[in-house]
Design a protein around this ligand. Structure first.
Ligand code: MTE
Ligand code: MO
Length: 434
């Protein structure tokens, strides 16, 4: 009998079963916990393990109630750097960059305003004691250990790349499209662009003796295990196909010319160019190189599309980021009438360089081409600007839409998925002209 996707408990149990199968090899979750999850899912028709996504939602403010100050009353997040309210909106254990604070900054996001997405809290790890253990059945020999100094002695690469959460823009599914989603209620500030310096993952894997049998590569973080609804999901880890791992992935130890700061994965993190943020595992401590496909909660129940039109086990695991644009302006900003204001913002795409950005100041009736201030590059963003002289007082909506070199333009509506990933629609930015 085909699964009835409109039946929430069937739908979630299907997801749980899939996760349970895959979990055997790598997740290390206790069997009693799994049984408890199945029971909870069946009894309540609730999200069950889907709650992995929604523990986030519970702790970090429901997606239906985004906006500054949402999380003001909850315990301070386990983030080391200061989070002044001009620069960040705290959402549970995470901190979102206020896009307005990027106005006037260069192409790189300064570390003092780079968003932080932590499943638990930032650990403090000394470079001198740090080790990377590379192991698994697709190595020619046994495990191989890399110290910080050994990693730094490998040929270094430097690239300017964004890290963006797959859920960036999630709150607009509800505020702009009236749809329910679970997860952190980000606006557009769960992205930052930095200059990353590090060793190539491919160099490390080759030195560790990776064989042709390798299929998946699984980096794992040293931060605390993630416990959601009483179930321990283990440490943050998401498999990469070996093809990507050997292509352009970096083990980064510097960010914008400084040693990698604690909140961003110091001493060493993975950087997976153009892919969703969860791929870029922070505080990496070990990497399994496997001859069989690996499954963890982060490539089964989480970070796939679920919902109508998707198979019961969800889409294929999400990989590349999508296309977005944001104004460097507070939502609800007040602008004086008849005064020229330089509207500025940024656009980016995981698929190809952004080469055109258009702006509308009348809610989408007419569009004007914005001036680009950076050479379009894949994996980065372009800054843009357009002068605007409002001629009438009252509320207005500013819109920006980008087109990338694949020819794709941001649509008017994003395709809904229950966890609110990869929002790509044009965002209406409200302002008031006075
Ligand atoms: N070990 C570990 N790695 C992690 C995470 C985490 O909580 N723990 N969060 C992931 C997610 S969901 C995102 S979006 C990015 C955020 O990177 P940043 O905090 O440096 O901005 O890190 C990813 N890597
Ligand atoms: Mo993320």
């Amino acid at each position: 009998m085909p699964l009835d996707l409109s039946d929430e408990s069937q739908y979630d149990r299907a997801r749980l079963r899939q996760w349970a199968r895959g979990r055997a090899r790598s997740a290390g979750v206790d069997r009693r916990d799994l049984l408890r999850l199945f029971a909870a899912g069946a009894a309540a028709g609730s999200l069950g393990l889907g709650a992995a996504g929604s523990a986030e939602a519970a702790a970090q403010g429901a997606a239906a109630a985004p906006g500054p100050g949402t999380a003001a009353a909850v315990a301070p997040p386990g983030i080391v750097k200061p989070l002044p309210p001009e620069l960040f909106t705290v959402r549970g254990t995470n901190a979102e960059t206020n896009f307005a604070s990027l106005r006037g900054t260069g192409p790189l996001t300064p570390v003092d305003r780079f968003f932080v997405r932590n499943h638990t809290s930032t650990p403090r790890i000394e470079a001198s004691g740090w080790r990377l253990n590379v192991w698994g059945d697709a190595l020619a020999g046994g495990p191989v250990e890399f110290s910080y100094d050994r990693l730094r002695s490998l040929p270094a690469v430097e690239r300017t790349l964004f890290v963006e959460c797959a859920g960036n823009g999630r709150s607009f599914y509800s505020s702009q499209q009236g749809q329910q989603v679970t997860g952190t209620a980000w606006t557009l500030g769960a992205i930052g662009v930095a200059r990353w310096r590090g060793a190539r993952l491919s160099d490390v894997l080759r030195r560790a003796g990776v064989t042709r049998a390798a299929v998946d590569v699984l980096p794992r973080g040293l931060d605390d295990e993630v416990v959601t609804n009483g179930v321990n999901l283990g440490r943050v880890r998401r498999p990469l196909p070996v093809s990507k791992a050997l292509d352009d992935v970096i083990l980064a130890y510097e960010m914008n010319g400084e040693p990698l700061p604690p909140d961003h994965g110091g001493p060493v993190r993975v950087i997976v160019p153009s892919w969703i943020g969860i791929s870029s595992v922070k505080w990496v401590g070990d990497i399994e190189v496997s001859a069989e496909p690996l499954y963890t909660p982060w490539n089964t129940d989480l970070y796939r599309f679920f919902g109508p039109g998707q198979p019961p086990q969800g889409s294929a695991p999400l990989t590349r980021q999508t296309l977005k644009s944001a104004f460097e302006l507070e939502a609800g900003a007040t602008l004086p009438v008849h005064r020229t204001r330089l509207l500025t913002g940024r656009s980016w795409s995981g698929a190809a360089p952004v080469h055109r950005v258009e702006v509308s100041t009348d809610g989408g009736a007419r569009w004007q081409r914005a001036r680009l201030h950076d050479a379009p590059r894949r994996g980065g963003w372009v800054r843009w600007s357009l002068p605007w002289t409002p001629r009438a007082t009252g509320p207005a909506a500013l819109l920006a839409r980008a087109t990338d070199a694949t020819g794709r333009t941001q649509p008017a509506t994003a395709v809904h998925n229950t966890q609110g990933y990869l929002f790509d629609a044009v965002v209406r930015h409200p302002v008031t002209v006075v």
